[in-house]
Design a protein around this ligand. Structure first.
Ligand code: AHR
Length: 555
């Protein structure tokens, strides 16, 4: 473990380091001593925090769509038009964000025509994930009945107040199928045969789908392309797609985590005929999963994964460090994008993120990649959303993977059972940021030491983000320390924190705590008290292993 500084030295360090980092002259110290400091720089705006940073992702994978979202109209599980009611009710508590469908890797095997028209005539198809499900019991996740298709997905979006983000098949269908799917969705009522087919499916009015992913992970399951070959396909797929009266925002299949060369080589090829090609690239997708908790022992995709629920303290910090790589990934790809997109037309779309554990904690054996979600995942969620806020000028959309019964899910569901995970509670708690302006923050706190296999690891001691909306400051803070509370001085620069201070905290005495069908409220937010500001500074004690939202009126 790292040697710990004594309290006095640590406080002095914090005052100097924090001030230097923020370029500040510090206000006189308050009478109470704190071991951390948070400066909120109200006059340094970053960008707007939109609901789309709180987006979702549902793929035809294991128990996500069938059992998770779709239970069928004749099910004894409460539903609206076949869509699980409890899911809809919970989604309506969240920001109305983009929902990505039908994949993921599944998207590049999907023919949208299989999922439209009369239900009885829809074909059953082998699912993309069949090989990964070989030892699992048969389920609609293996042989897709196509009961949930485009009209059903749009119904789900309407019920959940989400906006559709469709991922098109670039690997195994021609560009014609892509623009005809656009026609099916967006052509005016009665205008074409596909518009009439949509109407026979129950939707006369166009869906006006704006967000279209052009393939998925085209470096891997989406075609195993080189970036240059994918750029050529991308130009072909996006050329002269009918607009109707909906703006079309195309998202390119971006890198696997830190692969900067994929970004540079794609953009170089895309723009070889001129920078105008960038006008057809609204978003550049970035995927990052936190999966390796081996602490440096291996980089093997299977061996590196740990258990979702049984983990050591060192694995707790290692997983959070993995998640914290998001910050550098965003900055790294953004930097490369700026080399070729000098006018900054293209934004990042982090359309897959979350923790990915080894199998063993799914609520049903048919739920491929189903996993539990503990306090550790609450902190991962919070620090990732904070990262998006701090990069709000760069990231236009983000979609957690995946909504239900899968990796990093907000919900677990099987038949008539349903539970919200700690990740859902963080999403709901953080929703107060949406619609606000992200402003710069400086966090200063002693780092936390932990053990890796051959090296010493260390993780930051306090982190978060702040937004301002209608003269209300929302500050969210993660204390990652498994056992120590952290007391912080919170100084708001450029405004005076006034009254109406409120706090909501998600914490549990056990870092492995999680919600189950039998015990659905083991992890949930609780209101906490906040002391009144003194000399413009608020002192707040953040419990160990916690996520906190503070709100104050600004005078
Ligand atoms: O989310 C599961 C899978 O992870 C997605 O299908 C794919 O895009 C990624 O590799």
């Amino acid at each position: 473990m790292f040697p710990r500084m004594n309290a006095c030295t640590r406080r002095d360090f914090l005052r100097v380091a924090g001030a230097a980092a923020a370029g500040l002259t510090l206000a006189p110290r308050t009478s109470r001593a704190a071991d951390a400091r948070i400066d909120v720089l109200v006059s340094e705006p970053i960008g707007p925090v939109t609901a789309d940073l709180y987006g979702h992702f549902i793929e035809h994978l294991g128990g996500v769509v069938y059992d998770g979202v779709w239970v069928g109209e004749r099910s004894r599980v409460p539903n609206t038009g076949g869509i699980r009611q409890a899911l809809v009710d919970h989604m309506r508590r969240l920001p109305p964000a983009a929902i990505r469908w039908p994949g993921g890797c599944f998207a590049d095997s999907y023919d949208w025509r299989d999922g439209v028209g009369p239900l009885a005539a829809r074909p059953r198809r082998t699912n993309f994930w069949i090989n990964d499900m070989a030892t699992l019991p048969d389920s609609p996740g293996k042989y897709d009945p196509n009961a949930f298709g485009t009209n059903e997905f749009m119904r789900f979006c309407r019920l959940a107040r989400g906006s559709p983000y469709l991922a098109a098949n670039l690997r195994s269908l021609p560009a014609r199928d892509f623009y005809q799917w656009v026609e099916y969705c967006n052509a005016p009522a009665g205008s074409t045969s596909l518009a009439e087919l949509r109407e026979r499916g129950g939707d006369r009015d166009p869906f006006r789908v704006r967000f279209w992913g052009v393939g998925n992970e085209s470096w891997g399951c989406g075609g195993n392309f080189s970036p240059e070959d994918y750029a050529i396909e991308y130009r072909r797929f996006t050329a002269w797609v009918p607009r109707y009266d909906a703006p079309l925002s195309f998202v390119g299949s971006g890198p696997n985590a830190g692969d900067l060369a994929w970004t540079r080589r794609f953009l170089t090829k895309l723009t070889e005929k001129g920078e105008g090609a960038l006008n057809g690239l609204w978003g550049w997708a970035l995927h990052h999963y936190s999966w390796n908790t081996s602490r440096g022992a291996t980089t093997d995709w299977t061996a590196g994964k740990g258990d979702a629920v049984q983990f050591s303290i060192d694995e707790w910090y290692e997983l959070l460090s993995e998640a914290d790589r998001m910050d550098g990934l965003i900055s790294g790809h953004w930097g490369v994008m700026g080399e070729l997109d000098r006018r900054r037309r293209v934004k990042l779309v982090v359309d897959e993120w979350g923790a990915w554990y080894r199998p063993g904690t799914a609520v049903d054996p048919t739920h491929l990649f189903g996993q539990q979600s503990t306090m550790r995942d609450a902190l991962l969620t919070a620090l990732t959303l904070d990262t998006f806020h701090r990069h709000a000028e760069k990231v236009a959309m983000a979609n957690v993977a995946q909504l239900v019964n899968c990796l990093h899910s907000l919900f677990l569901a099987h038949e008539d059972q349903f539970v919200a995970t700690p990740t859902f509670h963080v999403f709901e708690q953080y929703a107060a940021h949406v619609g606000g302006q992200s402003v710069r923050t400086v966090f200063s706190a002693p780092r936390i030491g932990y053990q890796r296999v051959n090296t010493a690891g260390s993780f930051w001691g306090l982190g978060g983000s702040a937004t301002i909306k209608d003269r209300v400051l929302t500050l969210t803070v993660v204390n990652p320390h498994v056992s120590e509370p952290r007391e912080a001085e919170i100084a708001v620069r450029g405004a005076v924190p006034g009254g109406n201070a409120k706090a909501s905290t998600i914490a549990a005495t056990d870092i492995h705590a999680h919600n189950t069908f039998a015990e659905p409220r083991a992890v949930q937010p609780r209101d906490a008290s906040v002391s009144a500001p003194r000399d413009g500074v608020i002192i707040h004690r953040f419990p160990p292993a916690s996520v906190t939202r503070l709100t104050f009126d600004l005078a």
